[in-house]
Ligand binder design. Sequence first.
Ligand SMILES: NC(=O)c1ccc[n+]([C@@H]2O[C@H](COP(=O)([O-])OP(=O)(O)OC[C@H]3O[C@@H](n4cnc5c(N)ncnc54)[C@H](O)[C@@H]3O)[C@@H](O)[C@H]2O)c1
Length: 431
Amino acid sequence: MSLEQRLRDGSAIYGVVGLGYVGLPLAAEMAKSGHKVIGMDISAGKVAEVNAGHSYIPDVPTEEVAELVGKGLIEASTDFSRASECDAIAICVPTPLNEMKEPDTSYMESAARQIAPYLKPDTLVTLESTTYPGTTEEIVQPILEAHGLKVGTDLCLAFSPERVDPGNPVYQTKNTPKVVGGVTPDCTAAAVAFYEGFLDSIVPVSSTRAAEMTKLLENIFRCVNIALMNELLQVSERMGINIWEVVDAAKTKPFGFMPFYPGPGLGGHCIPIDPFYLAWKARQFDMHTEFIELAGKTNEAMPYYVVKRLMEALNTHRKPLAGSRVLMLGVAYKANIGDMRESPAIKIAQLLLDAEADVVYHDPYVSEFAVGGCDVPYVDLSETSLQEADAVLVVTEHSNVDYHQVVRSAKLVLDTRNALKTFDDNKVVRL
Ligand SMILES: NC(=O)c1ccc[n+]([C@@H]2O[C@H](COP(=O)([O-])OP(=O)(O)OC[C@H]3O[C@@H](n4cnc5c(N)ncnc54)[C@H](O)[C@@H]3O)[C@@H](O)[C@H]2O)c1
């Protein structure tokens, strides 16, 4: 039976390499559609958790993992020879930047190297990690082919970017359209058959490079527009204009405008990192992606701007930042989740500590917050903790925070998210 037939008739066994924020929801979705899934990860801890029926990813309920493991549909392993049992394997490993802000492709390379010796002929491999155009064919393909099987004749290889938005109540893995681009048209067809087996909507494109670039376009679009808003925030503040009011007014235009909001800086796994993958690759083509560099520079300056505005606000209370108690309210990178990856709160807390402020934090979703190896003390949100703070700094706009209590009890609030837009009070300073 051909690979495409096996993928279409439901008999194919699926593999997922890397069981993190992307891989575990993907594995759960595959298994929910009735396929047997083998998850492979270098983390023995994660493998043990999955096999015990526990989820460590907020968007995947533990009961769901327990049920799927109980039915024998998901199994996890640190043994990469299990790749030999799979008909289709999705690679979902990290793609960070190194300290020089250059792509670190080592995780993708090691993942490909781990499975390559075990691939049987007629297997599909897809790469889901966000990366620069060219990675699938320049880096992954030669590693997979090192043991004799050739892509296009013995193996299928495609790139399919993950678009998961942690905490999104409407769009999850299953109902978010999936872009796929294969090395050859047959590779694309196999990848379409694979993803159609468990996802609602598949969008084939002409090449792996087009698929790789699609993901980068999506994230660069956000990065550049957020940077634009951060610049407009600063000019509006000088002009005495409320930029949030302006965005809300502009978004009443029913066509040709999409709202983006300013804030304390970028966070999360994607937007602060992915644009630099393209900027790096573009240099190989004698191109400098100036929009991306400028957006990165503008967004990276925001934590410094927040601290400057906090100093100015404290100044009006005749308080220096050094020695002032600052209660950071919300430290996760976005509202209503506890994800701390690349959160701007980390940089802001570091700058405040460098300035010798007395920093504490409250976040209903984050129980530990360490900066530069030092724990930032957690405080409950109470009349006492609010009154003890010289300033409350709203970094994340969690909706389960009692902002009435904050405004009632705090001496001064700097709101970087417009969380307090309904409060007209002199003690509330908007970024
Ligand atoms: N998290 C998101 O919101 C999101 C959204 C879209 C795209 N992405 C992209 O998806 C990719 C994965 O991101 P993530 O958030 O799932 O990362 P993650 O850190 O949550 O998970 C990665 C997993 O891969 C495992 N791993 C690392 N090296 C491995 C190897 N050689 N073999 C097997 N397992 C290995 C790790 O142990 C970990 O469990 C990245 O490229 C990221 O940019 C992430």
